[in-house]
Write a protein that binds this ligand. Structure first.
Ligand SMILES: *[C@@H]1O[C@H](CO)[C@@H](O)[C@H](O)[C@H]1NC(C)=O
Length: 359
């Protein structure tokens, strides 16, 4: 029998035990698409193994015996064994199960069928195990996909179960196409070419929701944010020129193709028509209108005294001011007291300033 080496025997025993209980767990709901994909994986790996071993030989030195027998390695059981050993990942249950159940077929194919049936996937998965179907067909009986097996879904989509014994043959169309046959164009696309078996859909102009041609004059309906002009072309709506209330107070409007956005005003404005301090409609608190620009108010120079405590001084800041203790004084429990003359360091310089907001 094939594969009777001690290493392989142990491997087979171990995998058989693992497979037994996994088999009980999962066999009930075997997915026919997965089963075919497993088979495809095995035959793909077989072909890879076949290429990998193409220039190998029986090993050892370059002996006359090897020279004589090199040609025989090509078709030898040893080579077959080396290929079969690598067909499944040890972690792939489905693969190992399938291999376990059907490994004798590889021997049959290798010695008796290979010449007449060189396509292993076709012979093994489609014709022998009957877990796959030819390309363009699906389901238990390998029926042709919608649009025919030559061009499933008319070349514009994917046929459910294509190439497997599963699926129902319905088409999942590519983005530009829709309908049972993937011949109709999706919204935003139009037919450049179309007959009973062929359809080419191309994207509409960016302004159209639906269209029958490539320009903005070929729209059937404009997209949101676009409107028909006098020539029945879809043009951008300038949302910013309409009502001024499209953006919140403190923001200005920026028109974009098909839309608009709102951006924050400069911090010196409470409201504005555009970016920068020159386009304020009203100044923010702590700023005043000076020849069309909002500038900082110097609260400290106003006639009304703003820092009222003893030994306090006013320091102007952008948009506000702070009260700090005069030089030689420091903050102690909300009062400015004389700094001790001893070598004592003040606890922290931070505590000597008092922001306006905190007063
Ligand atoms: C449909 O159009 C395609 C592409 O132009 C062409 O190859 C095909 O022969 C046409 N089929 C029919 C039935 O007219």
């Amino acid at each position: 029998m094939l594969f009777a080496g001690p290493k392989l025997r142990l491997l087979r025993l171990l995998s058989s035990l693992t497979l037994l209980w996994l088999f009980i767990l999962t066999d009930a709901k075997k997915d026919l698409k997965i089963t075919c994909n497993t088979c495809r994986k095995i035959t793909d790996n077989f072909n890879k193994g076949f290429d990998r071993t193409a220039n190998q030989n029986f090993g050892g030195g370059n002996t006359a015996w090897e020279e004589r027998t090199l040609s025989k390695y090509e078709t030898s059981e040893i080579r077959l064994m080396e290929i079969v050993e690598e067909l499944c990942d040890s972690s792939s249950f489905e693969c190992n199960q399938m291999l376990e159940e059907h490994e004798e077929h590889f021997e049959t194919w290798w010695f008796k069928k290979k010449t007449k049936h060189p396509d292993l996937h076709k012979w093994f998965c489609i014709e022998t195990l009957k877990v796959c179907c030819p390309k363009g067909t699906f389901g238990p009986d390998c029926n042709a996909c919608v649009g025919g097996s030559e061009k499933p879904c008319h070349g514009n989509g994917e046929c459910d179960g294509d190439g497997t014994r599963g699926g129902d043959g319905t088409c999942s169309c590519e983005r530009a196409y829709k309908g049972t046959f993937c011949l109709d164009c999706s919204d935003g696309y139009f037919n450049v070419e179309r007959n009973d078996t062929f359809s080419l859909c191309t994207e509409c102009h960016t302004s159209c929701k639906t269209c029958n041609g490539a320009t903005n004059q070929d729209c059937d309906e404009c997209k949101d944010g676009w409107e028909e002009d006098d020539q029945e072309a879809c043009v951008d709506v300038d949302e910013c020129s309409k009502d001024s209330s499209v953006c919140k107070e403190g923001e200005y409007c920026v028109n974009t193709e098909g839309s608009f956005s709102c951006k924050d005003c400069d911090k010196v404005c409470s409201d504005c028509t555009g970016p920068g301090p020159d386009q304020c409609q009203a100044c923010a608190a702590g700023y005043q209108d000076t020849e069309g620009t909002c500038t900082d108010v110097d609260e400290c120079s106003q006639s009304e005294v703003v820092c009222t405590k003893e030994h306090q001084e006013c320091v102007n800041t952008k948009g506000s001011y702070t009260c700090v203790c005069s030089s030689g004084y420091e903050k102690r429990e909300d009062e400015c007291v004389q700094t001790p003359t001893q070598a004592e360091e003040p606890e922290s310089s931070e505590t000597s300033a008092d922001a306006h907001a905190e007063l």
